[in-house]
Write a protein that binds this ligand. Sequence first.
Ligand SMILES: NC(=O)c1ccc[n+]([C@@H]2O[C@H](COP(=O)([O-])OP(=O)(O)OC[C@H]3O[C@@H](n4cnc5c(N)ncnc54)[C@H](O)[C@@H]3O)[C@@H](O)[C@H]2O)c1
Ligand SMILES: [Zn+2]
Ligand SMILES: [Zn+2]
Length: 370
Amino acid sequence: MKTKAAVVYEPGKRIEIEELDLDGPRDGEVLIRYTHAGLCHSDIHIAHGDLEARMPMVLGHEGAGIIEEVGPGVTRVAPGDRVVCSFIPNCGVCRYCATGRQSICDWGATILDGYLPGPRFAFTGSRGEYGGMCMLGTFSQYGVIHQNSAVKVDDDLPLEAAVLVGCGVPTGWGSAVYAAKVTPGDTVAVYGIGGIGINAVQGARYAGAKNVVAIDPLENKREKAMELGATHAFATAEEAQQAITEMTRGQGADSAILTVDLMTAEVVGAGFNAVGKDGVVVVTGLNKLLEPTINLPGSILTLFRKTVKGTLFGDCNPTYDIPKLLGLYQAGDLKLDEIITKNYRLEEVNEGYDDLLAGKNVRGVVVHEH
Ligand SMILES: NC(=O)c1ccc[n+]([C@@H]2O[C@H](COP(=O)([O-])OP(=O)(O)OC[C@H]3O[C@@H](n4cnc5c(N)ncnc54)[C@H](O)[C@@H]3O)[C@@H](O)[C@H]2O)c1
Ligand SMILES: [Zn+2]
Ligand SMILES: [Zn+2]
């Protein structure tokens, strides 16, 4: 069949909309009709060449849709099911899945190549075989994905909101709840209030933090953070540092969660200084794969028993956490509609990313037309 998709051919070039051919689902695969796709910063890292990916690639890794057809051996989903895609597949049996660490499933190894197991490419077009970002490629009207990337959700969930639980929400929420292990009464600093950071704010607040300090140079982001659970908001790390020192009487924050768009040693240094003894710094935001973004005084790390850790997908287990987070949304404890700034048509994907880079959006969402 044919599908319209947003493709990146070369780093630094604009994203192009092209009609591609889509093969049918084979063993373990499903045909999905995407209804919505979120505009996460990670796709722009690919388009800019910060993350080196195999090209051409159909972008988009935050997605939701409806299963149209299933290939042989598919047991996890059936035609008609509504699903949220997981940007890391979970095989269920590798050492990481088997021990409750689905976010680092071995199947994640090829998400920047974007092919399906085999390897094989379901998308083909004028420039040969096309991968899909994170083995998905949600900026396409239709996709063929592996069942290990699809999580069935309740029939009555609005996919226009649930789509965010494919990446931004679990990554941010889990960065606070799982990676930073926020506990009641904590002081937590969140650096960078985009689609990821706003959910770190929500997670920290839900986990019972006393002080949730949001740091972002943009006023609209700080306002949104205050609306959704932050107790303080500052434009700079320096102002936040001073306030954290005062509010904790010199002890420092319990954790710092770093969700800026382009990670730097400066931001990691700010988070490191903001946390006190036994404090945890969670590095969620990305930069070029080999860019040295950590330059810290190791003896302070040792003597203050600090921890600096990375997290992928907020350490979430997609088959458990995606339904759980959607349950919190249904209960009103997790806000999703409030963090969608604007909807776009697939053809407007470049405009959506221009808006993201201009700081206008907490999250933009592509609404697919069929
Ligand atoms: N680890 C993971 O599993 C994972 C998953 C998804 C996204 N990411 C990464 O997380 C990062 C954030 O993604 P997003 O979609 O939320 O991006 P975004 O563009 O929506 O938000 C980034 C925010 O950081 C702010 N910012 C920039 N520099 C800052 C600074 N020095 N101090 C404070 N705030 C600053 C920006 O103003 C913006 O509001 C990206 O690098 C993305 O690739 C990681
Ligand atoms: Zn993402
Ligand atoms: Zn696995």
